[in-house]
Design a protein around this ligand. Structure first.
Ligand code: BGC
Length: 633
């Protein structure tokens, strides 16, 4: 900062501007030479090493749609400098981009919005504008390679207020309907694409074994075959819309051991997978085989360890198994900060290890400048073979070409009102009804009569769309409350579906008089990742009280559980007349009402075991359990 003085500046006259040789010119000359030297040094260190290369001609083969894909890839690759290649291997969080121009300056391969990384104008239009600016910047680079923009749209494009929020994956696993899953994935991809985004970090192929894990709901099931069939359906549904899908988190995720997390804030997430070779082959690789067959564009490697080794460092898994044995042709991407997280080496060495193991694109997500210069140095020193870099970039470019990103004018962006459209909301409502599992239905209390009853509704989840949607909804950890635009709470759904009943609501179940039926919608607070690790997931005291109070004012009590995992149920809860596991149904609470009033029949089955107690040694309900309701005449 120049120092402020009280002196008035001299007027700029022509005379003053006339060039005069200063008296102490040797000193000035020395200063000039030194600043040129250091300035140049800083420039060379920080700028990519291709500033003066010419742009390729407009008829270069890679720019021509009519050319075969492999020829386009090879042509483009042959024109790239080493730094342009390494730039393609970098995936940066939008919040860590120092300047938008860095996208073209460093030829970055991808930008992501980590959960909650939203535009200042957090509307569908705001998202489209933010993403388009970044994609347009990429086109300004010498080679004009299109940018990937990635997002965790794991239950609809839930980051965007006003989008359709579908049930989280565990609900899809309960429905276990590949065709429906594919439709959900396509609708989600359309809402993603309407914001300009072209890469979804879904589906999860994790197989949860322990209800204490904070990511149970992100997975379809603990059954490898369900994960295989729904995973492939999800990939197809996403990629048919020309949005890249991601199978994650490779591999063994869900089998971790409680108390062995590497993260001091977590208990089981980001821990050590307990998988022997047989389980690797028969359980955890099964869905990845199906995903590779469905030509999934990317596979994300988790932040887990196998024994004492980070999976991201394991060449036998990333290259030998996934790429060579399973025939995965897409590119391998790391998880958030995955190259460096829990690495005992320097970042320089971690880059060498992971890229040599088979990592193609690093979700850095912060520092891209050092990544590029470190990897450049490692290639020059032959610590990473040039052929490995070429293979990684070839894989990335192939997926960009396959998704039509180079020819985007040929693929239309869906209109902005695709987001939260009635068609999608209708599909979501249908999915909710297909996903809720009926655990108990004493004396066929369900379905309820559509008219003429006095119904009391209570509980923490009855009028709380934030809880219905769970985490990964606008904010990483979700928002507890009834706030999401365009959505319908379970309560609103009940009123909508059965307007001829008298429905009274009080969250804490403070009612006067008697009801014919009472519905307790009990719930978990939203949580994501290791923040949801919980030593004993069970109902909140307030909800237990609600159930008790309802029993005092109604002969029939139905408990609807809104949760991301099976919860340990008390004996008193189990004495209720009906129990429904609604999982995290999302924005369309009317889907739950459709089931309770018999517009739809219960058909879903538990996709994971529902344990009796927290030792998880006995099953209250086995995987595959689920009662059906019959049509009423
Ligand atoms: C999660 C991934 C997610 C990534 C990007 C990580 O913390 O483990 O599932 O795709 O962040 O948001």
């Amino acid at each position: 900062m120049p120092k402020k003085t009280n002196k008035k500046p001299k007027p700029h006259t022509k005379r003053q501007r006339k060039l005069r040789v200063p008296k102490n010119w040797p000193l000035w000359l020395l200063l000039l030479a030194l600043s040129a030297f250091f300035g140049g040094f800083i420039y060379i260190k920080s700028a990519p090493r291709y500033p003066l290369l010419p742009k390729p001609p407009s008829d270069a083969p890679y720019k021509q749609v009519s050319q075969p894909l492999s020829k386009r890839v090879d042509d483009l690759l042959s024109r790239m400098t080493l730094d342009e290649k390494i730039g393609q291997m970098a995936l940066v969080d939008k919040g860590s981009l120092k300047k938008t121009v860095d996208i073209s300056r460093y030829n970055l391969g991808g930008v992501l919005s980590g959960a909650g990384a939203k535009p200042a104008n957090n509307t569908p239009e705001g998202w489209l504008k933010m993403v388009s600016e970044k994609k347009d910047q990429a086109k300004q680079s010498r080679l004009g390679i299109p940018l990937l923009y990635g997002i965790d749209a794991n239950h609809g494009n839930g980051n965007v207020p006003g989008s359709t929020v579908f049930p989280h994956a565990i609900g899809l696993g309960a429905a276990n309907d590949a065709q429906l899953t594919q439709q959900v994935a396509t609708a989600t991809a359309e809402e993603i694409k309407a914001t300009g985004i072209n890469w979804s970090f879904s589906p999860s192929l994790d197989a949860p074994n322990d209800i204490r894990w904070g990511r149970v709901y992100e997975a379809f099931s603990s059954d490898p075959n369900i994960n295989a069939s729904l995973g492939a359906a999800y990939v197809n549904g996403t990629q048919q819309t020309q949005v890249l899908a991601t199978a994650k988190h490779f591999f063994g995720t869900g089998s971790m051991i409680w108390g062995k997390s590497n993260n001091k804030d977590f208990r089981i997430d980001q821990g050590v997978v307990a998988v022997d070779d047989a389980a690797l082959q028969n359980k955890y690789l099964v869905p990845y085989t199906a995903a590779a067959k469905a030509e999934v564009a990317t596979v994300m490697v988790g932040l887990t360890f196998w024994g004492d080794k980070r999976i991201i460092d394991d060449r036998s898994l990333l290259t030998d198994k996934l790429k060579n044995e399973l025939g995965f042709k897409g590119f391998v991407v790391s998880d958030w900060y995955g190259t460096y997280e829990y690495s005992k080496t320097s970042n320089y060495q971690a880059n060498i290890k992971t890229i040599n193991a088979g990592l193609d694109m690093a979700m850095l997500p912060f520092d891209y400048k050092n990544f590029i210069s470190d990897v450049h140095k490692a290639v020059e020193r032959h610590e990473i073979p040039q052929s490995r870099i070429d293979d990684a970039v070839k894989r990335i470019l192939t997926q960009k070409f396959k998704a039509g990103l180079f020819d985007e004018s040929a693929t239309a962006t869906p209109p902005i009102n695709t987001i939260g459209s009635q068609t999608h909301r209708q599909l979501a409502r249908q999915t909710v009804a297909a996903s809720a599992v009926l655990l108990k239905n004493q004396k066929d209390v369900l379905p309820l009569a559509k008219q003429g009853s006095r119904i009391f509704v209570a509980g923490s989840g009855a009028d709380n769309v934030g809880r219905q949607c769970g985490a990964w909804t606008v904010e990483w950890q979700g928002i507890d409350g009834n706030w999401l635009p365009g959505s319908t709470s379970v309560l609103a759904g009940l009123r909508q579906v059965a307007p001829d009943n008298s429905i009274e609501y009080n969250k804490l179940a403070n009612f006067n008089g008697k009801a014919d039926v009472a519905i307790a919608v009990v719930s978990e607070k939203p949580y994501a990742e290791g923040w949801g690790d919980n030593a004993n997931p069970h109902l909140e005291d307030a909800d237990l009280k609600v159930i008790e109070k309802l029993k005092a004012v109604s002969n029939k009590v139905i408990v609807v559980i809104v949760s991301g995992r099976p919860l340990i149920l008390s004996d008193k809860t189990l004495e209720s007349d009906a129990i429904v596991a609604a999982w995290l149904p999302g924005s369309e609470g009317a889907g739950v009402a459709d089931l309770l009033f018999g517009n739809k029949l219960f058909t879903a089955k538990l996709p994971v075991v529902w344990p009796t107690n927290i030792n998880q040694d006995t099953a209250l309900y086995e995987r595959g359990y689920g009662l059906k309701t019959e049509p009423t005449s």
